[in-house]
Ligand binder design. Structure first.
Ligand SMILES: [Zn+2]
Length: 407
């Protein structure tokens, strides 16, 4: 991609009213644009990042037998009434009425919609377990729609739903999803913690949140410094500085954090309310056990920026960076030659071919945050200056060395 053609141009200043780091940097670097509070356009580079996050998620979920679908976003009132959530979730649900006075909700989650779908196709124990997921927009009536893309009224989410013939089978799958989530966030590069939590409007049972420690986070987590024990503020009843209840060795500390995902077990409560049964091995009608598992994908992009940036800009991990290489062409450089070679090899490269000064090009490269910066100029001659975004060291490599290093 030629940077002279990239939409949009970078901004020198953060937009007025932007408080969080992800808001300032993602807007300045051209990854997102705010239409109104809590409502964002993903610009081309932002879309690339979210696509990469989604691909990592898909690969891990496919490994545990989940299948991708796409469910509608506007739902009739009667389905939400079956579980009582039309009224119970009133505060966060956007509702609308059409010209014929029919009531609809905009999706804030999909448990009821998934169960309505499943009960039309699942009749026998042989049809279970079933796990389906989709990537789609969620709408939530957020009173405080700030913190950049971390807290939106409309945002992108991956949600997975599973149904099972027994609590044991649901439990087993629940922990498989937790493992898949660990793999997803480790692959992106996060230090992610699985934290015990309450269920909010979703369930009365214990749930788990995927939390990334960050000073700018709105959540607060207590954790053991020796083992994987962790609880969020809402359910924590022990004492900070006390001994860990799980390993009896570690000390309980605390951290601000950002929630990037969550997992829930509903048991049979929703399928009972929705009168969804299947026939078991002995011919009896049974209610399936439901699990629900979400990852905020635009939020994951925002969370990454919160934990990985410096005073000059974003520092992407190679796995979710919009490009693998930022090629800076300066007067006397040989940008075209290496650009063509990289494209031929399938390397994603952003080529700064603009007629602007070196200072502006370097500042933009730091702001955008692509992991590898290559400079070609009169000074570098036949070679290229290689620099990683997360280090100050540079080295001079010829074309072959560059290509080898990128492999
Ligand atoms: Zn412990």
């Amino acid at each position: 991609m030629r940077q002279s053609e990239l939409f949009p141009k970078t901004l020198k200043e953060a937009p007025k009213g932007a408080e969080s780091v992800n808001h300032k940097l993602l807007v300045r670097a051209g990854f997102v644009d705010q239409m109104m509070a809590g409502s964002w356009t993903l610009m081309p580079m932002g879309k690339k990042v979210v696509n990469k996050i989604n691909k990592i998620i898909s690969e891990e979920l496919n490994k545990i037998g989940a299948q991708e679908i796409l469910m509608p976003l506007m739902h009739p009132k009667n389905i939400w009434n079956e579980t009582g959530r039309w009224d119970k979730a009133d505060e966060i649900m956007y509702k609308l009425t059409d010209a014929r006075k029919r009531d609809f909700a905009l999706s804030f989650t999909h448990e009821e919609i998934f169960l309505d779908l499943a009960r039309k196709h699942v009749f026998s124990y042989q049809d279970l377990p079933l796990a389906l997921y989709h990537f789609s927009t969620k709408f939530r009536n957020e009173l405080r729609a700030k913190s950049g893309v971390l807290r939106g009224r409309e945002f992108m989410m991956k949600d997975l739903y599973s149904i099972h013939a027994s609590q044991d089978d649901l439990d087993e799958y629940y922990w498989k999803v937790a493992e898949a989530y660990k793999n997803i966030f480790a692959c992106i590069g996060f230090d992610m913690h699985v934290v015990e939590a309450g269920g909010g409007v979703f369930t009365e049972g214990i749930t788990h949140e995927m939390q990334v420690f960050a000073d700018s986070g709105e959540d607060f987590v207590y954790y053991c410094d020796k083992c994987d024990w962790a609880q969020n503020k809402e359910i924590f009843k022990l004492k900070e500085g006390g001994v860990c209840p799980k390993c009896k060795e570690g000390i309980i500390g605390s951290s601000k954090s950002i929630e990037v995902g969550n997992i829930f077990r509903f048991g049979t409560s929703y399928s009972e309310k929705m009168n969804f049964t299947y026939t078991d091995e002995n011919g009896y009608k049974k209610y399936p056990y439901l699990g629900s598992y979400g990852i905020g994908t635009t939020r994951t992009m925002g969370a990454w920026v919160e934990v990985s940036h410096d005073e000059r800009g974003i520092i992407w991990s190679p796995e979710i960076s919009p490009f693998a290489v930022h090629l800076i062409d300066l007067p006397g450089g040989r940008g075209q030659a290496i650009y063509d070679s990289l494209i031929e090899l399938g390397v994603e490269v952003l080529w700064d071919d603009r007629q602007t000064g070196a200072g502006e090009k370097f500042a933009d490269a730091d702001l955008i945050g692509i992991p590898v910066r290559l400079v070609s100029s009169e000074k570098t001659g036949e070679k290229y200056e290689w620099k990683m975004r997360n280090s100050d060291g540079t080295e001079y490599l010829d074309l072959e060395q560059v290509l080898n290093k990128l492999k």
